[in-house]
Design a protein around this ligand. Structure first.
Ligand code: ZN
Length: 152
């Protein structure tokens, strides 16, 4: 999945789930992190260590507090920069975890070992293809309807 598709799908998912732009935005930024961290070596090391879910689960555990799931977002500024930073990084790495799940529907990903890719989910489309574009549009349409109270 391309970076823009990761950002759009992650933002839509977390906005519908939480109704909080800060959380959805933090996660959208985090969703492009696994691909962008490699820089110029990205092409050679794609879906390597930066795509290992264990690192993201560890980061989520590190930044976890019961308050990070308080999705109202009211009074966020009043709680201070430490609270806001912790909340940002928790949802940033949650976006990274979603990135891995999104990659799993368009190819093999790392599961148990950080160097061995495994096909976990059926491949729905090729990265950068028309199929990916249609998937993102369809997914956002479903999220839009869900956000309006329809479907489920
Ligand atoms: Zn990726």
């Amino acid at each position: 999945m391309t970076g823009i598709s990761h950002g759009v799908v992650t933002f839509a998912t977390l906005y519908v789930a939480t109704q909080n732009v800060f959380i959805a935005g933090s996660a959208a930024l985090g969703s492009i992190f696994p691909d962008k961290i490699k820089g110029p070596l990205f092409r050679f090391w794609h879906r390597c260590y930066s795509h290992w879910f264990v690192l993201y689960v560890a980061a989520l555990a590190f930044f976890w507090t019961p308050e990070v799931l308080a999705v109202t977002g009211t009074g966020l500024w009043q709680k201070g920069i430490v609270y806001m930073s912790r909340m940002f990084f928790f949802w940033f790495f949650a976006g990274g975890l979603l990135h891995i799940l999104e990659d799993a529907i368009c190819g093999p990903v790392l599961v148990l070992y950080p160097t061995k890719r495994t096909t976990v989910l059926p491949r729905l489309f090729k990265t950068g293809s028309v199929g990916e574009c249609l998937f993102v549009i369809g997914y956002c349409a479903i999220m839009y309807v869900r956000n309006r109270g329809g479907l489920f």
